[in-house]
Structure formats: structure tokens, C-alpha cells
Design a binder for this molecule. Structure first.
Ligand code: SF4
Length: 581
């Protein structure tokens, strides 16, 4: 079925900040870490945090040891004071937008204004705001509450940050109608406003809406109410397992949105599951195409084939002819390594890509057998080319397998801070890129005169950077799941924004290299032909950054297709050179 995902679905700024603050503390702080109340309204994320040692406390005893995190909703000043007095290390993760509302209440409160808060009386954020307003605080949860209000003097109206825009508008007009002169501050957060607006727009394009989020999350429930109010059938689910396949199969186009406390990996799981459900009027061609594509991606055949074809492209770049045996060596090695590594990286994949994980688990033995067969074939073919070829592939395979092994003794791990190569932040991104560059560029040219010539080095850098970009982008897509399981990828280590900036710089460097190397005579003119392929990658990054692409088979297909595009452009470049000579 066709699935349209709302651009603003998932963690809002405040929730992301609170979760990241907590995960940072988990990695840095010694001693117990607790949150005052559940950090966010999402049981799956809370379970994962619990696995990492983060527990929830609901009261403030006289003495507390360790760190206590104040969640994004904030707390009243008196509660914060009590926390400090208890001896706890207090980490305040109150969302800056909630802090802004607290500041408004504080300022007008000191000028003698009463405060009317439009929101849910029992919500933690409202309770915290009431603490700032003191005895002159009033909470209005619905229109009926307006009739019970008594406001003798000047007053302000603020809203809970996740209030429904329309009901706040109606309620605040009813209050100012009864008590003229009140100052109204629409403190509904921008993220909530945009999310609700998008759901209203999305409802006109879809037949049903799936809202992903915690059952106790106020803003998630509000999104569901808005979609229902727009006349759409709504499915409110916490996980993909709650999707009612038979009911959903009645629709062709389904919209998906999520509350502010729903992590991206959970949304992606739901989207992937929905995409695998055939819609009512879909016929057989689209599902067949989707399944075939998914199979090629899941088995890593698609990416490994492209890797094999790039051997030829790099040969053309260097102006040399490379035999087809190197295609098979590259394909066999890449297929084997990608699949074998997949078995060793199941924890984060469980979050980021559960449908694929189920597939891998189901066909584990067959995939393992095929991977070993491919590796043995690659080794055999390398052996046929010479002992040094065999030795290189053998060492690279050993390195690939040892990568996940913790071989550094515990006794010295406090000095080097890691127990294995895998634990070096961002190492996988670089090591995988190097393995690709070795098998695609260096091995085929090992005993040729072009080895380590400028064109050889240029082709090596080209593949190294191309694969680095691909790997780092995948890491960016999966950053939330990786972060939560403590996987040290590049975006986890330096942040998403810095990673994207680095990738922009690398792509710029690649463009310049493909332009200047051929002009300097260090590379064949095929380099020019590859430049559109780099622009394709820039375009993909731009689309992702702006929310036009989401993690899933389509994005994966688009990204892996960059290699196919490069291989195709290389073939065209080679052919055009052949025609001209
Ligand atoms: S919904 Fe808005 S105010 Fe609330 S935590 Fe998220 S960003 Fe902050």
C-alpha cells in the first residue's frame, strides 16, 4: 500500500534533547541515574532506557544519591529546590519552550497577574507551570471549566505547549469574553502547531491515518482526535505489532504521523510493516516489484553487484582494462562481508530495521551458507590470480571478521578506552570504505604498471569517499536506534549536523577531484562523467535533510543506486572514450 509519512512525525526538539541528555549521562556519569517521572510518554523508549540503567522515581525523599534528570515537561521551583536539598546531582532537561512559558508566568505573576493555564490538569507540564504561578493559578481543561472561573483582577492566559490550537482559541475567547482585559499568550509550541496542521492537510490525501505513539501521550491522542475529526479512520498504535493487517488492507493510501515522544526507529518500523501490506486496489505488479526490490536489498545482492561493476568503472578511470574475474572477486567478497557483518550487528538493526531482521533470522542458515560460499569463491578466484591476491583477500576477510571481536584485554582497556575495533567511534564507516577501495581498486591493479600511480590513487580515493558517504548517510538515518543501543557511529559521536556538514565537504572535494584530475592528466576523462553521480548524492542528502525522504527500502534503494549510477556513468564514459579513439 502507499504510505505517506508526515514530515513532522517523531521526536520534537525538547524530547530529543531530554533523551540525548539522558543517554550522554549514561555513558559519562558514574552512579545511579533516575528521572523524576517517566522521561517521555513512550513505554518502548522507557524500557530501553531501563536496560541502560535509567530508572524512574516518583517521589523526592530526603536523601538522594546519584543523578536525577528533570524531564522536558519541567517541574515547579519548589520541587527543583527539594531535589537540590536532597543532595542529588540535578540535570535539568526542561524543554526551552516550556522554560519560556514558565518565564512568562513568573514575570506577570510578580506584577500581580493571575494565571489561567489552558491544558490538562494532571499533566506534568501543567503541574510544573502551576508551581510558577503560585496560589493565583487556574487550570481550564475544557469549555465547561470556563463557567467555573472566578478572576477578580488582571490575568494572563497561557496554554500547555501541546494543546490543540483550535480548542485553545475557542477557550481563550470564551474567557476574555467573560473577563475582558486578559492578556493571551498562545504558548503552543511550534512543533505541536506544525504537527497538528500537517495532520489536517494529510487527511485530505489519505483514506486512513495511523498515529504512532504512547497511549498516555497527550499530544499523540490529540493527533488521533484531529484525524478522527477530519473523518478519517484512525489506528492509534504503539508498535508495528498492533497494526490490524486485515482492516488496513481495505485501504490503498494510508497516512502516518507520530507523537512528539515517538522515536524515528519506531515510526520506521510501522511504515515498513504498512508498506508490506498489499492495498485493496494494488494489483500484482507493484507488490511484486516491491518484494523483488526488497529481496535484492535484504540479501545485499543489489549493493554487492554494484560494487562488482564499479571495478570496471575504476579500470576506465585509470585507463586500463580489467578482467571479469575481478568483478567476481569484488562481488563475492562484498556479498560475504555485508551478510556476515549483518549477523554480528543485530542489536541496533532490531530497532532500525526489524522487518529485515526477521528476514535475516528466518533465512539465517541459507544466508550464512551463501556468504561463506561467496567468500570461498572470492578467495579461490584471488588465488588463481596469484598468491599476493589471495593473501590480501584473506587478510581483509580476517580483519572483517575480527572487527567485531573484543581482543583488547580488559586490563589495558581503561588506557585505550575500547576493547575492540568496533568500539572505536565511527570506525565501521571508515573501515568498510577502505575494504571497498582495496577490493575494487587496489587488488585488480596490484600487479599492473598503474599501481600507486596518480590515477590509481585517485580511483582509490574516489571509491573510499563514495562508500564513506554511503555508510555515513546510513548511520545518519539510523542514529536514534544506534544511540539508544550505545553504538558509536560517526553521527552518534560528532552529531548528525556535523556529519552532514562533513559529507557536504567530502562531496565538494569529490567533485573537484573528478574535475581536476582528468584536466591534469592524472585520470581519464571518464572522471567528468562521474560528476553527475556525486550531484545525485548531494540531492539525496538535501531531500533527506528536508524531510522528503524517510528511512526505509525506498531510501535504501535510492542510496545504493548511487553505486549503480556511478557504474553506469563509468561505462558510458568508457564507451565514449572508445568511440573517440
Ligand atoms: S512539544 Fe514542544 S514544548 Fe513540548 S517538549 Fe516538544 S518541543 Fe518542547
Amino acid at each position: 500500500m502507499k504510505v505517506i509519512l508526515a514530515k513532522k512525525a517523531g521526536f520534537c526538539m525538547g524530547v530529543r534533547r531530554a533523551v540525548e541528555t539522558t543517554l550522554d549521562l549514561v555513558h559519562k556519569e558514574a552512579g545511579s541515574i533516575t528521572t523524576l517521572g517517566p522521561l517521555i510518554h513512550n513505554p518502548q523508549v522507557l524500557d530501553l532506557l531501563f536496560d541502560q540503567g535509567v530508572t524512574i522515581r516518583n517521589d523526592i525523599p530526603e536523601k538522594i544519591s546519584g543523578t536525577v534528570i528533570i524531564r522536558a515537561h519541567g517541574v515547579s521551583p519548589s520541587m527543583k529546590e527539594r531535589l537540590k536539598e536532597s543532595g542529588a546531582r540535578v540535570k535539568d532537561a526542561t524543554c526551552p519552550r516550556v522554560v519560556k512559558v514558565q518565564a512568562i508566568i513568573k514575570k506577570y505573576g510578580s506584577d500581580g497577574y493571575a494565571t489561567v493555564i489552558v491544558g490538562d490538569r494532571n499533566h506534568a507540564e501543567v503541574e510544573g507551570l502551576m508551581g510558577f504561578a503560585g496560589p493565583s493559578a487556574f487550570v481550564v481543561s475544557n469549555r465547561e471549566d470556563v463557567g467555573k472561573l472566578e478572576l477578580p483582577g488582571p490575568y494572563i492566559i497561557v496554554s500547555q505547549t501541546t494543546q490543540d490550537e483550535e480548542s485553545f482559541d475557542v477557550i481563550s475567547r470564551m474567557i476574555t469574553g467573560r473577563f475582558p482585559g486578559g492578556r493571551v499568550f498562545n504558548t503552543i509550541c511550534d512543533s505541536t502547531h506544525k504537527r497538528q496542521e500537517e495532520v489536517r492537510n494529510l487527511c485530505s490525501r489519505v483514506q486512513a491515518m495511523v498515529v504512532v505513539g504512547g497511549r498516555f501521550s497527550a499530544n499523540t491522542k490529540r493527533l488521533a482526535e484531529i484525524a478522527e475529526g477530519m473523518g478519517r479512520k484512525v489506528f492509534l498504535v504503539e508498535t508495528e505489532e498492533e497494526l490490524k493487517r486485515s482492516e488496513l488492507a481495505e485501504f490503498d493510501i494510508v497516512g502516518v504521523t507520530a507523537g512528539a515522544s515517538t522515536p524515528t526507529w519506531m515510526i520506521n518500523r510501522v511504515v515498513r510493516m504498512l508498506e508490506s501490506i498489499p492495498g485493496r486496489g494494488e494489483g500484482i505488479i507493484r507488490p511484486f516489484f516491491y518484494k523483488s526490490l526488497w529481496l535484492l536489498l535484504s540479501t545485499n545482492i543489489y549493493v554487492s553487484l554494484a560494487g562488482g561493476l564499479l571495478v570496471y568503472t575504476c579500470g576506465v578511470l585509470q585507463g586500463i582494462k580489467i578482467g571479469s574475474e575481478y568483478f567476481f572477486i569484488a562481488f563475492g567478497y562484498l556479498f560475504a562481508m555485508h551478510n556476515l557483518n549483518r549477523f554480528m550487528d543485530q542489536r541496533s538493526k532490531k530497532f532500525n530495521d526489524p522487518v529485515r531482521e526477521q528476514f535475516v533470522n528466518r533465512y539465517r542458515s541459507s544466508l550464512f551458507f551463501l556468504a561463506v560460499l561467496a567468500l570461498v569463491s572470492a578467495l579461490f578466484m584471488a588465488f588463481m590470480q596469484g598468491m599476493h591476491h589471495f593473501f590480501m583477500i584473506f587478510c581483509m576477510s580476517l580483519f572483517g571478521i575480527l572487527y567485531s571481536v573484543r581482543f583488547i584485554p580488559k586490563s589495558i582497556s581503561h588506557v585505550v578506552k575500547v576493547r575492540g575495533l568496533k568500539e572505536i567511534p565511527g570506525s565501521k564507516t571508515l573501515f568498510v570504505a577502505m575494504a571497498w577501495a582495496f577490493v575494487i581498486v587496489l587488488i585488480p591493479t596490484w600487479d599492473k604498471i598503474s599501481f600507486l600511480s596518480p590515477s590509481n590513487v585517485g580511483a582509490f580515493i574516489f571509491i573510499l569517499l563514495l562508500v564513506f558517504i554511503r555508510n555515513a548517510l546510513f548511520d545518519v538515518f539510523e542514529v536514534q536506534g544506534d544511540r539508544i543501543v550505545g553504538k558509536e557511529t560517526l553521527p552518534v559521536f560528532i552529531g548528525e549536523k556535523k556529519t552532514i556538514t562533513l559529507l557536504h565537504q567530502i562531496t565538494l572535494f569529490l567533485v573537484l577531484m573528478l574535475l581536476l584530475f582528468p584536466l591534469a592528466g592524472w585520470m581519464s576523462s571518464t572522471g567528468f562523467w562521474l560528476i553527475p553521480g556525486v550531484f545525485y548524492l548531494i540531492g539525496l542528502t538535501y531531500l533527506y535533510e528536508n524531510g522528503h525522504l524517510i528511512q526505509g527500502p525506498r531510501l535504501e534503494f535510492c542510496l545504493e543506486s548511487a553505486f549503480w549510477l556511478m557504474a553506469g556513468l563509468g561505462w558510458i564514459g568508457g564507451f565514449s572514450r572508445f568511440m573517440l579513439t
